[in-house]
Design a protein around this ligand. Structure first.
Ligand code: CU
Length: 481
């Protein structure tokens, strides 16, 4: 195995961090084959014969390879960075140490250009997770989560591996981003009503930026599993079959919807965590980086378009064909009735989460076009500094923290906490319990509350998963006391 001395030392350092007992590091150890290899490099994705895009990929493919890991069984992944810039792989939704997590803000070392780092960790918790880059591209739309650096990761439970005949992974992703002024983010996504006080705070902030609008990102091409609608193989199903879909929104910043005409989705897990109340919904809404696991009973024969509700996005590729055995013809789309997403549907009825040891309230504010035309984001008046990376909060191990996020902006924010899961407490003005997630959408001028237990010591990053938002201030660090 080609590995320079620096790479070897880095790998050795990582393995020392990972093991409680000191372990001899011998050259032979590095020669043990890794369980997986990820190679970050420029490559081509054929979204359609007339749409071949050059982008950065894992192993020359989009999505990156599906990583199937076993809960509790240590895994070694060799990550080769064949690009000209430093890279990071973030293990989204996994409880790993800060040095492994893949966020420079937490202290994970970069993988230097044209070098390799062996990453070793014990996968947990079980369920549908995600890996992606975590570098900060700011105005460079060829880097960060804009290119094709995303893949699904599934951690099999240590016991009870699940009893489904068929699993289908769907990775939703846009390509060819451009900067634009004014976005078209869907608004009728989530239940709940705007809070007047938050609207007033937002309006007051807007007064200083009269009429100014910051950059947004729009996309030319849309795909599921790296193919535009109508390209690639359809999902072939049989009548009566129950198909478990694992859907990942791997967008850099879009909120996505997904419907299959004549069918409904029974949600069994959110962000890979089984929900207390599996419930049936007519369509899915997923914020950036969210995952939904849902069973669809195939009881409506035909050839259908499973696609996004937005006609424009679907027409530009955001969909995949579902074809019943023995059925032919052009795939049909039928516009579904509108349906708002309500996380509390999947919660425990009449239950309350444990009381927190402390509540942390954070108000989100936007300064339109403040940073060279980009919107600046402030949490309690502070935009995160990439220079100082100063932690905003200190937590005590074992304590339960309630985060109360108040959104004084009109955008939906997919909020993400690293290295921990959280329990939803209040969404859309409704109390809930038992829904465990690592990303939650917060609609414009609303509030959300969720709890996390400080059970994974080390610097921990909290941020909006909208790439533009996180790059321009929407981050906060939690340190353990
Ligand atoms: Cu955001």
């Amino acid at each position: 195995m080609a590995m320079d001395r620096r790479g070897l030392l880095k790998a050795a350092g990582a393995s020392c961090i990972m093991t409680a007992a000191p372990r001899m590091v011998r050259p032979a150890a590095a020669q043990t084959p890794a369980d997986y290899t990820l190679r970050i490099a420029t490559g081509l994705v054929e979204l359609a014969p007339q749409h071949i895009v050059s982008t950065t990929l894992y192993n020359g493919q989009f999505p990156g390879p599906l990583l199937r890991l076993k809960e509790g069984k240590r895994v070694a992944v060799d990550v080769h960075n064949d690009t000209d810039w430093p890279e990071l792989v973030h293990w989204h939704g996994l409880m790993v140490p800060s040095e492994i997590d893949g966020a420079a803000e937490e202290g994970t070392p970069y993988i230097p250009p044209h070098s390799m780092r062996r990453i070793s960790f014990v996968p947990k918790p079980s369920g549908f997770r995600f890996y992606h880059t975590h570098i900060v591209p700011r105005d460079d739309l060829t880097r960060g989560t804009y290119p094709g650096q995303a893949g699904a990761l599934y951690i099999e439970p240590a016991s009870n591996a699940g009893a489904y005949d068929r699993e289908v992974f769907l990775v939703l992703k846009e390509f060819q981003p451009t900067l634009s002024r004014g976005g078209d983010m869907p608004m009728d996504v989530l239940v709940g009503s705007p809070i007047a006080e938050l609207q007033q705070i937002g309006e007051r902030a807007d007064e200083g930026f009269k009429g100014r609008k910051g950059y947004e990102v729009s996309y030319e091409l849309f795909s599921i599993n790296g193919k535009m609608l109508g390209q690639g193989e359809p999902i072939r199903v049989k009548q009566g079959e129950r198909v478990l879909f694992h859907v990942l929104n791997a967008s850099a910043g879009e909120i996505r919807s997904l419907a299959l005409p004549g069918h409904s989705f029974t949600i069994i897990a959110l962000d890979g965590n089984p929900v207390p109340t599996p419930a049936e919904v007519p369509l899915l809404w997923l914020g950036t980086a969210e995952r939904v696991s849902a069973i669809v009973t195939m009881n409506h024969p035909g050839v259908w378009i499973m696609g996004d509700l937005a006609d424009d996005d679907r027409d530009h590729g955001m969909g995949i064909v579902v074809e019943y055995a023995g059925e032919q013809g052009e795939a049909q789309w039928v516009k579904p009735e509108p349906s708002l997403w309500d996380y509390s549907l999947f919660g425990k009825a009449n239950a309350h989460p444990a009381s927190p040891d402390e509540t942390i309230e954070i108000t989100i504010l936007k300064h339109n076009g403040e940073l060279d035309g980009f919107n600046q984001w402030l949490l309690n008046g502070v935009a995160f500094s990439m220079e100082t990376m100063k932690p905003a909060y200190t937590v005590k191990q074992g304590h339960r923290y309630r985060l109360k996020l108040r959104n004084a902006s009109d955008d939906i924010h997919p909020l993400h906490l690293h290295r921990h899961s959280f329990e939803l407490v209040r969404v859309g003005g409704k109390e809930t319990a038992g829904v465990i997630k690592d990303v939650v959408m917060l609609p414009g001028f609303q509030e959300v509350e969720f709890d996390f237990v400080a059970d994974n010591p080390g610097p921990t990053l909290f941020h909006c998963h909208q790439q533009l938002h996180m790059d321009f201030g929407f981050m906060a660090m939690f340190n353990y006391a």
